[in-house]
Design a protein around this ligand. Structure first.
Ligand SMILES: [Zn+2]
Length: 75
């Protein structure tokens, strides 16, 4: 009599990993860094002499509360 010993070891389910090429990953990383740098600039530093839009303070006023909330100096 032969006994079949079925393996009862649990098998981990396969994970769905996105198929990104190096060029695609580099493009996404570059765009993310660019967007983050723009957000960081407009939140933290766009005012006064270094303002991109000169004496127009619309961007500054739009992000004013977020600037104070994040602790950037303002006034
Ligand atoms: Zn302020």
């Amino acid at each position: 009599m032969t006994s079949t010993t079925a393996s009862t070891k649990p098998v981990a389910p396969a994970l769905a990993v996105p198929n990104l090429s190096v060029a695609s990953a580099a493009l996404w990383l570059s765009l993310t860094v660019l967007l983050a740098a723009l957000a960081y600039y407009f939140l933290g530093y766009d005012q006064g002499a270094v303002s991109v839009f000169g004496s127009d303070t619309h961007v500054h006023e739009f992000v004013h509360d977020a600037r104070h909330f994040l602790g950037f100096p303002c006034h």
